[in-house]
Write a protein that binds this ligand. Structure first.
Ligand code: GCV
Length: 610
């Protein structure tokens, strides 16, 4: 059953010739989608991913690079099926050469933070995939311009270390399935891998280690000449890294980058480095400061095929965080932005949460040309619909378009996606788009208030638990007491704010002018603090939680009334019901938590538990 946005794309033949190139596929896709229409297609290899489209009378002229022709073909098909006409002359080039999906799939078949079933690629310690689905996935990605798929978890559990050794032939067979669609594979590697192979060190300055990585890359690229590169999580949440040898992350990243360099491979090095064994009693360590403190001093020390991958916020994909200051401060280092499509903290593909409005905010502060690549943690799994929640598909769709052009308009993208996915009337489609557009702010209202973050159930990360992480090791504290809540991160507090450029420091420094959504991220405020609209802080917390739960219920009613086809209708109705319960639970737990601490009643006398 194909209920995603490819559903009206004409079927491809059951098999493609093994040497099919993206440009061949582009011609095939166009001939299937537009039988009888006149095309003039010119391959101009130097254009790479870019394409130019001209429509003159009944003839469409498409010029593009090897992959550009394919993206041009998909742009035409999307526009045709969604009824959004392209201009008569269009020159289109992606903002980022690497548009990456990071799967956190383990070879035992589990998916770390996966909410759409088991792994699409692995089971029982082996490759286990349906080739038809792989091709479909490749087409799904290519149809929105995504071109790199990192198949295994950044936490590299055995036997995944074998992906660059004994499992390499199987990885290569998988790469063959994605290649016609212009999608290149990437693998996560473990920094300590030389130890597995008999070396007694993984020290980046050891010549034996350097030679080991060179040999490994030679073997890998002999099998998969177009592998996009390696992704590494090092010295992060228990993963091995160069710190064990007293070396810097520039030493560590450059080691792998130099081994990849002869093959044009990229080394993507994640910056998710912080002390995950913090003592909650210690207020002098402030986790959001960690990545900047580690990497800012190394700016300019990385080789040119190293890309530092930075999560959008300084914490970890919370519903609301400011932009990571590292993304603004590194000037001489290649950067990738890391987003998370998997809804780890944002409703786990049960609650509706469409992300493009959040990404728009990111790019309001982040100049698009600061980045060389963009990556997102996958929300895919083995479920029939790939995404668990059928509407979570919109996040992969929108991410592809964002990676091509970060200035996308969420409303337009949602509308196109809805048009491709469901045969709705214009009115129903507008309703669906409105739900998607407001879904993030509804979720935000009923969960942790005003940028506070981390009030989730530990480990699981779904549902409320305001003290769940408060006395733990992870550096994620709100420090609520009977008078006040939040952490002062200004110059007078932890100093985190000083990591930002002056303009953003000015925006956040004063609690009175700091945007409400981030007030408790940057400031510690008493419950009777007056918000700009005159309400007290505590009243605003209560009001948001009552409103958020009400809005979730209203959204569910509207969603259930939309004419989704089966099986989507049943799944959407079920998840909407669970979201309503989740929202009520959040409302009651958070309001009760603050009510018990503060002793301040709700001005409207609504039910809060004593
Ligand atoms: C892959 C958070 C998640 C982990 C994830 C980690 C990361 O801590 O909870 O599951 O590990 O981020 O991004 O590396």
């Amino acid at each position: 059953m194909n209920l995603n946005w490819l559903r009206h794309f004409p079927d491809l033949p059951a098999t493609l010739p093994p040497e099919t190139r993206p440009s061949d596929l582009a011609r095939l896709e166009l001939s299937l989608a537009f039988p009888g229409r006149d095309f003039s297609i010119t391959l101009s290899p130097s254009l790479g991913d870019s394409f130019i489209l001209d429509t003159i009378g009944a003839t469409t002229i498409l010029t593009g690079g090897e992959t550009g022709l394919l993206y041009g073909a998909y742009a035409l098909i999307r526009s045709h099926l969604s009824g959004s006409p392209l201009p008569a002359h269009l020159e289109s080039a992606p903002q980022y050469p690497l548009r990456v999906i990071n799967c956190w799939d383990n070879m035992d078949g589990s998916v770390e933070r996966g909410y759409a079933g088991r792994s699409l690629f692995f089971e029982g310690g082996q490759f286990a995939y349906d080739p038809g689905r792989m091709r479909h996935l490749a087409r799904l990605m290519a149809s929105v311009g995504l071109n790199v798929l990192c198949v295994n978890n950044v936490n590299v559990h055995e036997p995944a270390q074998g992906l660059v050794a004994e499992l390499l032939p199987e990885l290569s067979a998988l790469a063959d399935l994605f290649r016609p669609f212009g999608v290149r594979l990437m693998v996560s590697v473990d920094f300590s891998m030389p130890l597995r192979d008999g070396l007694d060190t993984a020290d980046p300055l050891s010549e034996a280690v350097q030679a080991w990585w060179q040999r490994t890359c030679a073997r890998v690229y002999a099998e998969i000449p177009d592998l996009a590169g390696f992704l590494v999580k090092a010295d992060s949440e228990g993963r091995p890294g160069p710190f064990a040898y007293g070396r810097s992350h520039a030493d560590g990243a450059n080691l792998l980058a130099r081994a990849l360099k002869p093959y044009d491979g990229a080394l993507i090095w994640r910056c998710f480095v912080y002390n995950c064994r913090q003592d909650w009693r210690d207020p002098s360590t402030d986790r959001p400061k960690a990545a900047y403190e580690t990497y800012q001093p190394l700016d300019g020390a990385f080789d040119d095929n190293v890309i530092l991958q930075v999560k959008n916020g300084p914490y970890d994909f919370q519903v609301r965080e400011p932009l990571s200051p590292l993304l603004l401060s590194l000037r001489h280092t290649h950067l990738a932005l890391e987003l998370q499509l998997a809804q780890e903290y944002t409703g786990q593909q049960i609650d509706l949460y469409a992300m493009a409005p959040m990404w728009r905010e990111i790019f309001q502060d982040l100049p698009a040309d600061r980045l060389q690549a963009i990556a997102a943690v996958s929300n895919l799994g083995r479920d029939e619909n790939y995404f668990g929640h059928p509407l979570a598909a919109v996040n992969l769709y929108a991410f592809g378009l964002l990676a091509w052009s970060p200035r996308i308009d969420p409303a337009e993208v949602f509308d196109n996606w809805a048009c491709l996915t469901y045969d709705f009337s214009a009115a129903d489609r507008r309703t669906l788009v409105q739900l998607l557009l407001c879904s993030r702010s509804v979720y935000e209202k009923y969960t942790a208030p005003l940028g506070l973050c981390w009030m989730v159930n530990p480990g699981l990360h779904y549902g409320p638990n305001p003290s769940g992480y408060e006395y733990d090791l992870w550096g994620t504290y709100h420090r609520a007491n009977r008078d006040a809540v939040g952490i002062d991160r200004t110059a007078e507090g932890t100093g985190y704010l000083l990591q930002y450029p002056a303009e953003l420091q000015a925006r956040y420094a004063d609690p009175d002018t700091c945007p409400d959504t981030l007030k408790l991220f940057f400031h510690r405020l008493p419950y009777d603090y007056r918000m700009p609209d005159g309400r007290t802080l505590i009243q605003r917390i209560y009001d948001d939680h009552f409103a958020g739960a009400e809005e979730a219920a209203a959204m569910a009613t509207v969603l259930k009334a939309l004419p989704f086809p089966e099986p989507d209708a049943a799944v959407i109705a079920d998840r909407a019901g669970r979201q309503v319960q989740n929202a009520e639970n959040w409302r009651d737990v958070i309001n009760t938590f603050f009510h018990r601490l503060s002793g301040i009643p709700d001005a409207q006398g609504r039910r809060i538990y004593d």
